[in-house]
Design a protein around this ligand. Structure first.
Ligand code: ZN
Length: 225
């Protein structure tokens, strides 16, 4: 993928700008904070259903979400029944298209289903990569030492299991490189880490406590047996 580092930096800059300091990052809230206009497929069908814009049609054409630029206002339409984690992912995917300048022109639109239709489309790959960084920021997860478990990643970050799996695989692939460069964090990585420092510390303590309880419990159950 082209410009991988640039995309990563843009995702980090968004988290810094929005003062994110804990997980999960809630895409719907972020879109609202960024003054993007949000509309569910149900609302859209009520308004434009007579013109053929039904829930079924939108899903068929765009998948679970799409974004339209109308006179400089970004309108994100989304399937509110896609499930909590899917909605979280798909809204961030549309935010990614906006932040990466994919819907600059009036009337321009782009939808989620393009991921499947044009698997190798550069814009879709870029939006997916941005989303994976924005919802599961490498540098923060790395500091939490929680990057090797798919279930944990899915639950901590509110992302679908298959996306969490991709992230864990990606971490495994890049482990060596990250170790080599871990002392050379970029400026945006360092800023993000300091934004998350309280969260990372509290999380670390909670994990320690949970592990102690688990050890005690396993001892108890052995005595019982
Ligand atoms: Zn897309």
């Amino acid at each position: 993928m082209k410009n991988q580092d640039k995309i990563k930096k843009k995702a980090y800059q968004l988290l810094i700008k929005q003062k994110c300091s804990s997980f999960p990052i809630r895409s719907l809230q972020m879109a609202a904070d960024l003054h993007y206009h949000l509309e569910t497929y149900t609302e859209a069908e009520k308004q434009y259903g007579d013109g053929g814009v039904t829930r079924r049609w939108m899903y068929h054409c765009f998948g679970n979400a799409f974004v339209v630029n109308i006179c400089g206002i970004y309108n994100i339409f989304y399937n509110e029944y896609a499930g909590l984690f899917n909605v979280n992912w798909t809204i961030m995917h549309e935010i990614a298209h906006i932040r990466l300048g994919h819907v600059k022109w009036d009337g321009q639109f782009i939808g989620e289903s393009y991921v499947d239709k044009f698997k190798y489309s550069e814009k879709e790959q870029a939006a997916e990569y941005f989303t994976s960084i924005a919802l599961c920021p490498d540098t923060v997860l790395d500091a939490m030492h929680r990057i090797d478990n798919v279930e944990h990643t899915a639950l901590i970050c509110y992302v679908p299991r298959d996306k969490a799996k991709q992230k864990v695989d990606y971490f495994a692939d890049t482990a060596e490189t990250r170790m080599m460069f871990s002392s050379k964090n970029s400026r945006s990585e360092n800023r993000l880490l300091s934004q998350y420092s309280d969260f990372i510390n509290t999380y670390g303590k909670r994990v320690e406590i949970a592990e102690e309880i688990y050890i005690d419990f396993s001892r108890l159950s052995k005595v019982g047996a």
